[in-house]
Write a protein that binds this ligand. Structure first.
Ligand code: NDP
Length: 296
């Protein structure tokens, strides 16, 4: 058996088209153009690439993009003052501060300063709580993208045995909450979990969010299961030449693809969904700020 490869890149492109249609309707029917503000502190090249991608895709779906590039030595107070200004602007519906920030700035203070109504990364305790009890609001982007891929692949997730490997606040915990909301039977595994292969063997759905290259082995997977590989790990690739590297997920892809029913590749699976879901969250917060029902 060879697993179906879940094409996250194509799904994300389709999602961005649907977001663009929604943005066009918000403009024509309500005179609202959602806006996303991105703050970047310092000159980390990887962060620059992420921020530029976010800004480009924001504009491509017809939303306003506001980019604030602050110098490495900007004071914490200046960043907090900018966030306060953006919190109070009607044309800004989403604010994110690209992490990590330089060491002299307290990440928690930044997260706490963001208005929960504009916290499109869904870091605030208020928004995390809303996800847990099923109230409308932003949803953590990577778990939301993973859930969309699962629903698209499997339809109703009700009653499925789902194992989430990893319990980070960013991925594992919200992923578990979202699967539970969809009535899956959820197990969240972590570094203290005993006999992970046996737990995986009973899973209809595996979401791997560990950060350990190819840790989940092909022979752990139940035949026909759906595997979502969130992991992004850079490893040496001597087969590509001296000093070369490549990206791999948390799942041993070549073996898992022989057993699973469907699987996300790395790259090209969950990764492209994350920014698309950030845009979806900005539409959600724009709708909620204007008393409109967000798209489901
Ligand atoms: P964290 O390091 O915050 O969390 C890793 C989790 O894995 C922890 O809960 C840890 O358990 C658990 N873990 C570690 N070792 C084992 C083990 N041997 N067996 C079972 N569980 C284990 O990582 P993140 O959640 O932030 O990210 C996970 C991966 O997803 C990374 O590769 C990251 O790069 C990727 N990622 C990808 C995104 C995308 O857009 N596709 C976005 C965000 C992340 P414990 O809590 O006990 O320590």
């Amino acid at each position: 058996m060879t697993a179906k490869i879940i094409d996250g890149k194509a799904f994300a492109a389709g999602l961005r088209e649907r977001i663009a249609e929604h943005v066009a309707r918000l403009k024509s029917e309500h005179g609202i153009t959602p806006g996303l503000a991105v703050i970047i502190v310092g000159h980390d090249p990887a962060s620059q690439v992420y921020v530029n991608n976010k800004a480009r895709q924001t504009k491509e779906v017809g939303m306003n993009s506001f980019k604030y590039e602050l110098p490495e030595d900007v004071s914490e107070d200046e960043v907090l003052a900018l966030i306060e200004e953006l919190n109070n602007r009607d044309d800004v519906n989403g604010i994110l501060c690209q992490l990590p920030v330089p060491k002299h700035i307290d990440e928690n203070k930044i997260i706490n300063a963001l208005s929960p109504a504009k916290d499109v990364d869904c870091f605030s305790p208020e928004n995390v709580g809303k996800v847990a009890i099923g109230l409308p609001g932003p949803v953590p982007c990577t778990p939301l993208g993973s859930l969309m891929l699962l629903r698209d692949e499997l339809g109703d997730l009700s009653g499925k045995n789902a194992v989430v490997i990893g319990r980070s606040n960013l991925v594992g915990k919200p992923m578990g909450a979202l699967l539970l909301r969809d009535s899956a039977t959820v197990t969240i595994a972590h570094s203290r979990t005993q006999d992970l292969p046996a737990i995986c063997a009973a899973a209809d759905i595996i979401v791997a969010a560990v950060g350990r290259p190819e840790m989940v082995k092909g022979d752990w997977i139940k035949p026909g299961a759906t595997v979502i590989d969130v992991g992004i790990n850079r490893v040496n690739a001597p087969e590509k030449g001296e000093g070369k590297t490549k990206l791999v997920g948390d799942v041993e892809y070549s073996e898992a693809a022989k057993v699973a029913g469907a699987i996300t590749p790395v790259p090209g699976g969950v990764g492209p969904m994350t920014i698309a879901c950030l845009l979806a969250n900005t539409v959600t917060t724009a709708c909620l700020a204007n008393g409109l029902t967000p798209p489901s």
